[in-house]
Design a protein around this ligand. Structure first.
Ligand SMILES: NC(=O)c1ccc[n+]([C@@H]2O[C@H](COP(=O)([O-])OP(=O)(O)OC[C@H]3O[C@@H](n4cnc5c(N)ncnc54)[C@H](O)[C@@H]3O)[C@@H](O)[C@H]2O)c1
Ligand SMILES: O=c1ccn([C@@H]2O[C@H](COP(=O)(O)OP(=O)(O)O[C@H]3O[C@H](CO)[C@@H](O)[C@H](O)[C@H]3O)[C@@H](O)[C@H]2O)c(=O)[nH]1
Length: 429
C-alpha cells in the first residue's frame, strides 16, 4: 500500500510515521524544503517525546521517505491531507492550503484515488474538497474524499497515535469508509463510521467542549478566590463523578496551542455565518482572553509599579513537553509585562523566544537558577516537571522578593509558604 501524506508538520509527520509503522509504504510531501531536508536526515522539525526514534526506525526499514516533489501525487493511490488550517482575521478557517492541495491532486490525477482529510476543517469542507479536485481534473477519474479528523495531543503524540480514544471516519460511501478503516485495522479502539459533515463536526465539538471545561473552571477559580476556596480541591471533588470526569478541570492562565483557540473561533464563525447563536462558546473565548489578565492584576496588586522590576517567567510553550508557542498564554503575559516596563528573565526547557519578542528588556537563561537570580517575582506559565518538582528551598535566596504567581496551580502552596514565599495561584491556595 503506497500512501502519500501531504503536509509534514505535527500531524503529517506523526500520521506518516504511524501509517508506516502499521505496514504501509509512506511518502511525506511538504512545500518547505528545509523541513523535508531535516526529515530526510531523520530529524523532526518540532520537539515531541519518543517520536524521532520511530521516524528513524521507519526510514531505516525503508517504509518512510520524504520529498518536495508534488508529482508524487501520481504515484500514490491513497493521499492524506495534513496541511495547516489557520484562522483568518475574522476567526473563520483559512482553507487555502487545503484548496491548493486538492487542486494539485485534481490536476495530477491519472488513476483513481482515495483522499483522506486529516486536517481540522469546518463541516462542509469535504464537499468543497471534492469540488476543487473535480474542477481541476483533466479527464473524469473516480475518487473518494473521506474525513478522518486527528485527535492527538502535542507532547503525547506517540501514545495518542497508537492508542486513540476513537477513530472517526466520515465517508459518502461505505466502501471508501471501509478502506480507511482497514488502514487502522491493527489499532483497537471504537470506530465511528458516519457521513463527512458529521465527522468534521465531531472534531470541532470535541475541542470546543474541552475548551469550555477549562473556561468553566477558570471562571469558577475567580469566584473561589473571593470565597477563599481552593478550585483545585473543588476540581478533585467534582472529578470523581464519572459524568464529569477528572480531566481538563485544571484552572490556570487559560488554554493556548494551535488547536483550541482557532477551532473555537472557527465554530463561532460558522455559527455567525449560519445565524446560530453560540453564546456558551463566546463566553469560553472571553474567559480565556481575560484569564491571563486576571493573573496580571494579582501581580500588579502585589508589586505595584512594574517599571524596572525584574520578573522571572518559567515556561514559554503552551503546555509542557512541546516547544510549540502557538497562542501560548506565556507570550501574552510577557507582552503585557513589557508594556508596563518590566525587565524579563525567561526560561523554558525546550521552547525558544520567538524572534519578534527579542528585545533588550527580555533575556533568556539556560538554567532556572540564573533566571530566578535577582527577580522581584516569579510567574509560572507552563507546568514543566522541572518547575513543579524543582528545588524551591534552594531557589528562595536567589530571589530579591519572594513572590510566586502560579499560572497553572501546580505548585505546593503550603510548602512554598512555609519556605517563606508569598504564593498566589488562580483560585488555588
Ligand atoms: N498540532 C496538533 O496537535 C493537531 C492535532 C490535531 C489536528 N490538527 C490539525 O491538523 C492540521 C495540521 O496541523 P499541524 O499542527 O500539523 O500544522 P503545521 O503547521 O505544523 O504543518 C502543516 C504543514 O503543511 C505544509 N504545507 C502547507 N501547504 C502545503 C502544500 N500545498 N503542499 C505541501 N505541504 C504544505 C506546511 O509547510 C507545514 O509543514 C491542522 O488542520 C490542525 O488543526 C493539529
Ligand atoms: O485542565 C486543563 C487542560 C488543558 N489546559 C490547557 O489547554 C491547552 C490545550 O491542551 P491539550 O488539549 O493538552 O493540548 P493540544 O495538543 O492542543 O491538544 C488539543 O488539540 C488537539 C488539536 O486539535 C486535539 O487533537 C487534542 O485532542 C486536544 O486535546 C493547553 O494550553 C493546556 O495548558 C488547561 O488550561 N487546563
Amino acid at each position: 500500500m503506497n500512501i502519500l501524506v501531504i503536509g509534514t508538520g505535527y500531524v503529517g509527520a506523526t500520521t506518516a510515521i504511524l501509517l508506516a509503522k502499521l505496514g504501509a509504504n509512506v511518502t511525506g510531501l511538504d512545500l518547505d524544503e528545509g523541513k523535508i531536508k531535516q526529515l530526510q536526515n531523520g530529524v523532526l522539525t518540532f520537539y515531541e517525546p519518543g517520536l524521532e526514534p520511530l521516524l528513524q526506525e521507519q526510514m531505516q526499514e525503508g517504509h518512510l521517505t520524504f520529498t518536495t516533489n508534488a508529482m508524487a501525487v501520481e504515484q500514490h493511490e491513497i493521499i492524506f491531507i495534513c496541511v495547516g488550517t489557520p484562522s483568518r482575521y475574522d476567526g473563520s478557517t483559512d482553507l487555502s492550503a487545503v484548496r491548493k492541495v486538492a487542486e494539485r491532486i485534481g490536476q495530477q490525477m491519472s488513476s483513481p484515488k482515495l483522499v483522506v482529510i486529516k486536517s481540522t476543517v469546518p463541516p462542509g469542507t469535504q464537499k468543497r474538497v471534492k469540488r476543487w479536485i473535480q474542477e481541476k481534473q483533466i479527464k473524469p477519474i473516480s475518487f473518494d474524499v473521506v474525513s478522518n479528523p486527528e485527535f492527538l495531543r502535542e507532547g503525547n503524540a506517540v501514545y495518542d497515535a497508537f492508542h486513540p480514544d476513537r477513530i472517526i471516519i466520515g465517508s459518502d460511501t461505505e466502501a471508501a469508509g471501509k478502506q480507511v478503516h482497514a488502514l487502522f485495522d491493527a489499532i483497537e479502539c471504537p470506530v465511528v463510521l458516519t457521513n463527512p459533515q458529521t465527522a468534521e463536526m465531531i472534531k470541532y465539538a470535541s475541542n470546543a467542549f474541552l475548551a469550555a471545561k477549562i473556561s468553566y473552571m477558570n471562571e469558577l477559580a475567580r469566584l473561589c478566590d473571593e470565597i477563599e476556596v481552593s478550585v483545585t480541591t473543588v476540581a478533585e471533588g467534582m472529578g470523581y463523578d464519572p459524568r464529569i470526569g477528572r480531566s481538563f478541570l485544571q484552572a490556570g492562565i487559560g488554554y493556548g496551542g494551535s488547536c483550541f483557540p482557532k477551532d473555537v473561533r472557527s465554530l463561532l464563525s460558522l455559527g455567525a455565518e449560519l445565524n446560530t447563536e453560540l453564546g456558551i462558546l463566546k463566553r469560553v473565548v472571553d474567559v480565556n482572553h481575560s484569564q491571563y489578565r486576571y493573573l496580571m492584576k494579582k501581580v500588579k496588586r502585589k508589586l505595584g509599579l512594574l517599571r524596572g522590576k525584574r520578573i522571572a517567567i518559567l515556561g514559554l510553550s503552551f503546555k509542557p513537553e512541546t516547544d510549540d508557542l502557538r497562542e501560548a498564554p506565556a507570550l501574552a503575559v510577557i507582552s503585557e509585562l513589557m508594556e508596563h516596563g518590566a525587565l524579563l528573565k525567561v526560561h523554558d526547557p525546550v521552547a525558544k523566544l520567538p524572534r519578534e519578542m527579542q528585545f533588550p528588556s527580555i533575556k533568556s537563561f539556560p538554567t532556572i537558577e540564573e533566571t530566578l537570580l535577582g527577580a522581584h517575582a516569579v510567574i509560572l506559565c507552563t507546568e514543566w516537571k522541572a518547575y513543579v518538582e524543582g528545588d524551591w528551598e534552594s531557589w528562595r535566596p536567589l530571589l530579591t522578593e519572594p513572590y510566586v504567581f502560579d499560572g497553572r496551580n501546580v505548585l505546593n502552596a503550603g510548602r512554598l509558604k512555609s519556605l517563606g514565599y508569598h504564593y498566589e495561584g488562580i483560585g488555588a491556595r
